[in-house]
Design a protein around this ligand. Structure first.
Ligand SMILES: Cc1cc2nc3c(=O)[nH]c(=O)nc-3n(C[C@H](O)[C@H](O)[C@H](O)COP(=O)(O)OP(=O)(O)OC[C@H]3O[C@@H](n4cnc5c(N)ncnc54)[C@H](O)[C@@H]3O)c2cc1C
Length: 381
């Protein structure tokens, strides 16, 4: 069928869905409160992390999460005021550790990953950005052989699901990435990982292309969504206007749950905030994305600079950013990349939409088939 689709949210997820809908003959209206504004799809690490199929889980971590939580600038933090609201999400996360469920989720993620890179490349080619993707893999580095050994089960699971990786020695790490300090005992080359030049450029070009092909961009805050039957749904704007179509797609990133809860959809979605710093003068320091396994951060050589980031902060959608987290990651990076050039450094925080089971929420949602929710989470950063 085709008709009129209303997309709420002009991040990478909403725009990609709008692109596909247009190809299938739908008329599309896209509603966003701030099309050019800052959002996860603009400032993320730019990794096309098709090797990441192992769900977030507390299994086998022992006391590590507690240690991370106690470190004020560690890789994981929960703002005390937000903790009670996080409880249902956290309880659902605990269930992921059940072996059958864990395996099922990993298989599902691997299946999604298999189709995402070719689909993304098709879209990039269509919008004239085929040169913006770099298929040079990613390098995971470990400071100790013991830490690498601790991850052995995860690497084995990935291989069993078709992820191509190979172990690399300390000397090969040095020859692959000479800018890295000689601090690494072991590494893993992930062959299929790719990265893009600049996530923001993809979002902008996609939006411009859609508009040139007839998509209507409606600027406004969506206050609520509603259905008037199985084939009519409306986005109600805070300003008083409304946008109506045969289908409504909620792609409001980490804000999606606020809208979908209003129509009784119980999808658990949290904002997992992340931080980074982009260093324009260090753009060509690395050949590929590097993942610092023990420290839980990454460095991606984007065209706009070397982007150093990571961290998972659960603080809700409205609390002020704590840019000391970006600084803490940069501090770590200085240790491993001694020649970093920091002039013009830009700090950033974004809200990742995160489900407790690591799976995106896709498909028709209750109470009527008029709503769709494609809010995908980032798989790795
Ligand atoms: C630090 C960091 C690093 C990351 N690195 C990577 C990576 O390397 N690779 C990867 O794949 N993913 C990565 N991610 C995750 C990725 O950025 C997100 O999963 C993705 O951008 C989410 O896109 P989205 O379209 O769902 O949401 P968003 O980009 O957040 O877009 C949602 C849009 O909805 C609009 N909106 C929300 N509510 C309303 C409303 N009520 N009315 C109107 N408009 C509304 C917002 O204005 C926004 O434009 C990273 C995330 C972070 C924070």
């Amino acid at each position: 069928m085709s008709g009129h689709l209303v997309v709420v949210g002009a991040g990478i997820v909403g725009l990609s869905c709008a692109w596909e809908a247009q190809r299938r003959g739908w008329a599309v209206s896209i509603v966003d409160r701030d099309f050019e504004g800052d959002r996860a799809s603009h400032g993320n690490a730019g990794g096309i992390a098709v090797s990441e199929c192992v769900p977030l889980s507390l299994a086998g971590l022992g006391l590590k999460p507690l240690r991370w939580l106690l470190d004020p600038l560690g890789p994981l933090s929960v703002r005390p005021a937000h903790a009670p609201r996080l409880l249902p999400w956290f309880l659902a996360l605990r269930k992921v550790a059940e072996p059958a469920r864990f395996q099922r989720i990993a298989r599902a993620l691997a299946t999604i990953n298999d189709i995402s890179l070719p689909a993304f490349e098709d879209m990039l080619a269509d919008i004239g950005l085929q040169g913006d993707i770099h298929k040079r893999g990613a390098l995971t580095v470990y400071e100790t052989a013991a830490a690498f050994a601790q991850d052995a089960a995860e690497w084995a699971l990935k291989r069993s699901l078709g992820v191509r990786w190979r172990e690399v020695s300390a000397s090969e790490i040095r020859s692959l990435e000479p800018a890295l300090a000689p601090a690494f005992a072991a590494g893993v080359m992930l062959e299929d990982w790719a990265h893009i030049d600049d996530p923001m450029r993809v979002v902008q070009r996609l939006r411009e292309t859609l508009q040139a092909r007839g998509a209507v961009l409606v600027r406004g805050e969506v206050a609520a969504i509603s259905a008037q039957g199985p084939a009519q749904a409306t986005a109600q704007l805070a300003s008083g206007g409304k946008v109506t179509g045969q289908r409504l797609l909620v792609a409001a990133g980490a804000w999606s749950a606020r809208l979908s809860q209003g129509v009784g959809d119980k999808a658990l979605l949290e904002s997992e905030r992340g931080y980074n710093t982009t260093l324009p003068e260090s753009a060509s320091m690395l050949g590929r994305e590097v993942i610092f396994a023990e420290r839980k951060f990454v460095a991606t050589p984007l065209s706009v600079g070397l982007r150093i980031g990571g961290a998972a902060e659960f603080a809700g959608l409205d609390s002020a950013p704590n840019y000391q987290r970006s600084d803490a990651l940069l501090q770590l990076a200085r240790r491993y990349l001694p020649d970093l050039q920091e002039a013009g450094a830009r700090r950033w925080m974004g809200n990742r939409p995160a489900t407790p089971d690591s799976l995106p929420v896709i498909g028709p949602r209750p109470p009527t088939r008029a709503f769709f929710m494609p809010s995908a989470m980032g798989i790795w950063d």
